[in-house]
Design a protein around this ligand. Sequence first.
Ligand code: DC
Length: 244
Amino acid sequence: MSTAAQPDTAKHSPRQRPVIAIDGPAGAGKSTVAAHLARRFGFLNLETGAMYRALALKAIQNDHSFDEEAALVDLAQQTTITLQPVVDGNRVLLDGVDVTQRLREKDVTAAASKVSVHPRVRAWMVAQQQKLGGQGGVVMEGRDIGTKVFPDAEVKIFLDAAPEVRGNRRYRQVSPAGQPVAAPVTEEAVLREMKERDERDRNRADSPLQPAEDAVILDSTALTLEQVLEQAEAIVTGRMQQSR
Ligand code: DC
């Protein structure tokens, strides 16, 4: 696992720049908020979900079961995942091949949630993520950033929204004009799959999705995108001023 943008040097030195942890369920707007904050504060944007997705894709390509923890850890160790920060998120290379678009497909999405339940897979991912973000100056987005990857993050935001609102946003992403092209998809189906994934992510034994005790909860159910971005920015600015 590697990132094109961050050398691994700071393991034992205190961070010069903050870590901003953005956690929350699918469809809450984490990627949009993370990309905005990274741009606004000049930080690196790292999407940890893309790492789980890339490993899931490799498992699919190699006909691996999503249930076999040891085999998945072996597979991870033979895999190079590169996150290249771009304007609206990360370009992802799996063993040198650009898989950014493929990672968003339905089978990979479901598989990522399944491979992520295994403690040894998670331990491996967390160690990579701690190296990638160790120097600070990053906005790291995921499910366990504020609780497990960087429990000492300077800023922690838990972004949430009602399931129906998140499902509707996801539906509009997969079917922008309400006119699905590749395969018929309904809003109900998107919501159902999202709820299944939420259920798995929230109830797994290791690092279930939950807000860190010191996270600021930002519920975007009744907010416009502009309001969410504004509030997220205000939280970061406030926290950074406090910690000076
Ligand atoms: O954020 P995302 O939808 O790309 O994440 C895909 C899956 O990866 C998600 O269902 C749960 C898992 N994941 C995780 O367990 N921990 C993270 N830090 C990020 C993602």
